[in-house]
Design a binder for this molecule. Structure first.
Ligand SMILES: *[C@@H]1O[C@H](CO)[C@@H](O)[C@H](O)[C@H]1NC(C)=O
Ligand SMILES: *[C@@H]1O[C@H](CO)[C@@H](O)[C@H](O)[C@H]1NC(C)=O
Ligand SMILES: *[C@@H]1O[C@H](CO)[C@@H](O)[C@H](O)[C@H]1NC(C)=O
Ligand SMILES: *[C@@H]1O[C@H](CO)[C@@H](O)[C@H](O)[C@H]1NC(C)=O
Ligand SMILES: *[C@@H]1O[C@H](CO)[C@@H](O)[C@H](O)[C@H]1NC(C)=O
Ligand SMILES: *[C@@H]1O[C@H](CO)[C@@H](O)[C@H](O)[C@H]1NC(C)=O
Ligand SMILES: *[C@@H]1O[C@H](CO)[C@@H](O)[C@H](O)[C@H]1NC(C)=O
Ligand SMILES: *[C@@H]1O[C@H](CO)[C@@H](O)[C@H](O)[C@H]1NC(C)=O
Length: 518
């Protein structure tokens, strides 16, 4: 009897507690369906409250923890950006997640823990009474956290299906956050009066980046580009022809292949000439090799760097002071596969020679001020018998410019003739020079005795008085006694000559200087 009474008492107590709990829950349950108008609040959290004001937010990333369990961290910030007034100090009473109504399955449930302890009131999946049709929330209430205890508190949800296996088990299924990656959950954090309901999101951590595996094979596709850049006023245009290109490609290829060998690098496809990589002002030579060994690649880089001046000389056809490249810039640089800068080098050069006291007068030496030029190369031919035995003629070709190319100046008037040509030549060789044979274009050749400037001015000169037609392709040949050569008698330019052309002899005249070589 006593034991029965005791059992009855316990039952009564259990009922009372059950009643008390449900009364208690009801006290906070403002979701009385009859008290709100369905669909009246279209947006989560489907209540009238301030979604931006409050101290509590979800940490941006949740973590999986065991079977169908996901944990969120709570962050507390009471700064002006997060909250104002009472919302900053209010306790955290309730969290609601915006969930998919498809997870509302009879018998399916969610178990919630805070810092590993089950919540006093079970988490509930529920329709949102004031929300639109199909809106649903997961409610965790009576949390009793404050701004101190909520900091870094961990809330874990275990998603359970019903006995039939129906219901949601992942956050991808449970959480509804349009515009965010799948698995992102949107939650609102409520104070007890439900005035403040800051909304925040937590998403899945991004997978760690794949580990960087050092490349086993790093094939390097590298080209060497040789480029000539003409001056703004390109009065003596020089362009690569196919034979020059082939020779330069071969020389660069030989040099590169030997440097690769020196660096002990395995070559997949040696540097080699390729006619389809020949352009007017650029020559490209390519190869492919194994760049996996970084030390070997560094050795190669150093070696190529050291050879760049030599490559510039190759690209210049021997020397950047090649008269054909007078006032040009020559550049040699590497071209890499965009993704992999195996070899990243570049060098530019131009020819700079010391100034010369020539011509011995004050006149305008700017190239292009007259429509006449002297071609960059001279050639040798057996001399007219008139100059005696064992004499060689060194011939300079004159060309003309289009009127549009002539640089306007005060020293030249239209139709001025090509009055004379002067060479900076050593007085010491006066006796070696026999005279000139001149060949005006479209006219007959004639011989002219040699003529020199005042002793000490080192000036050899010939009077021509050619018009544009006579000058266009006209030739002036200097007859010199063997064994001396034109290169021997000229001064100031390393076996080359400075030739200056004149339009007249009185004041304010032009005397553009052109460097010319064999
Ligand atoms: C919400 O609170 C912020 C201050 O944090 C305030 O600026 C804003 O006007 C409030 N919004 C509403 C709808 O009360
Ligand atoms: C809440 O979920 C519903 C779908 O149930 C969606 O239309 C709405 O955009 C969500 N709201 C937020 C703030 O994520
Ligand atoms: C020559 O260069 C062209 C253009 O880059 C390329 O398509 C071709 O394969 C090259 N030929 C050889 C033999 O490498
Ligand atoms: C490329 O070089 C690396 C490092 O020296 C070497 O391990 C690899 O076998 C080479 N691969 C080929 C295809 O030559
Ligand atoms: C021309 O040459 C003479 C003799 O060498 C020299 O004295 C004079 O300074 C020179 N004049 C010019 C303009 O170079
Ligand atoms: C030569 O002529 C050019 C073109 O008119 C001008 O720019 C330059 O200043 C002149 N030089 C001299 C030394 O007169
Ligand atoms: C130069 O002119 C003479 C006639 O005056 C002619 O016989 C000779 O062939 C010409 N020489 C050249 C190289 O044109
Ligand atoms: C021509 O000059 C060379 C030297 O340049 C000399 O060896 C040769 O004997 C000379 N020939 C004649 C026919 O004078």
């Amino acid at each position: 009897m006593a034991s029965f009474a005791k059992a009855a008492f316990i039952l009564a107590t259990a009922l009372a507690v059950g009643w008390a709990l449900s009364r208690h829950a009801e006290e906070y349950n403002e979701y009385d369906p009859s008290a709100v108008t369905p669909g009246s609040i279209p947006n989560f959290p489907f209540r009238n409250c301030n979604t931006t004001n409050g101290a509590y937010r979800l940490a941006p990333v949740w973590r999986p923890s065991g079977i169908n369990t996901y944990c969120f961290k709570i962050q507390v910030s009471q700064d002006a950006l997060s909250c104002t007034g009472a919302c900053c100090s209010a306790d955290l009473h309730k969290i609601e997640f915006n969930v998919s109504s498809s997870c509302l399955v009879a018998g399916a449930s969610v178990v919630a823990t805070v810092n590993g302890v089950r919540t006093r009131v079970g988490a509930t999946l529920d329709k949102a009474p004031a929300g639109p049709v199909g809106s649903a929330v997961l409610r965790l209430t009576q949390l009793g956290l404050d701004t101190t205890t909520a900091q870094d508190a961990e809330v874990c949800l275990t998603l359970k299906t019903n006995r039939g296996g129906q219901g949601c088990t992942t956050l991808e299924q449970l959480c509804s956050s349009p515009g965010f990656p799948a698995g992102t959950c949107t939650a609102a954090m409520f104070d007890v009066a439900c005035d403040c309901c800051p909304v925040s999101q937590a998403g899945q951590a991004l997978p760690p980046p794949p580990p960087v595996i050092p490349p086993v094979l790093r094939p390097c596709d590298v080209c060497i580009a040789a480029t000539i850049v003409p001056p703004a006023n390109d009065v003596r245009p020089y362009r690569y022809d196919s034979a020059t290109c082939a020779a330069i490609q071969q020389n660069i290829a030989n040099a590169m292949n030997s440097l690769l060998g020196g660096a002990n690098i395995n070559v997949f496809s040696p540097f080699a000439p390729n006619a389809s990589q020949c352009f007017d002002t650029q020559i490209i030579t390519c190869g492919r090799f194994n760049g996996s060994d970084t030390d070997a690649l560094a050795t190669l880089t150093g070696a190529v760097q050291q050879q760049l001046p030599a490559f510039v000389e190759i690209a210049s056809g021997g020397t950047v002071c090649n008269p054909k490249l007078e006032k040009y810039t020559v550049t040699v640089s590497t071209i890499n596969n965009v993704a992999d800068q195996c070899l990243d080098l570049s060098q530019s050069a131009s020819c700079f020679l010391p100034g010369v006291p020539f011509p011995n007068c004050t006149c305008n030496t700017t190239q292009g001020v007259m429509p006449f030029t002297v071609s960059p190369t001279w050639y040798a031919q057996p001399a007219n018998v008139r100059w005696g035995r064992n004499v060689t003629e060194y011939c300079f070709t004159v060309n003309t410019l289009q009127p549009s190319q002539v640089v306007p100046s005060t020293c030249y008037n239209a139709n001025d003739a090509l009055a004379k040509i002067e060479w900076y030549a050593s007085d010491a060789f006066r006796s070696a020079v026999k005279g000139f044979t001149v060949y005006p274009a479209g006219g007959s050749n004639k011989t002219i005795a040699d003529s020199w400037g005042a002793t000490g001015t080192d000036t050899l000169k010939v009077n021509l008085n050619w018009n544009l037609q006579q000058a266009n392709g006209g030739k002036v040949c200097v007859a010199i006694q063997n064994p001396f050569t034109m290169g021997n008698i000229c001064k100031g330019a390393l076996g080359q000559c400075y030739a200056s052309i004149f339009n007249r002899d009185n004041s304010d005249y032009c005397c553009p200087i052109y460097r010319t070589g064999p």
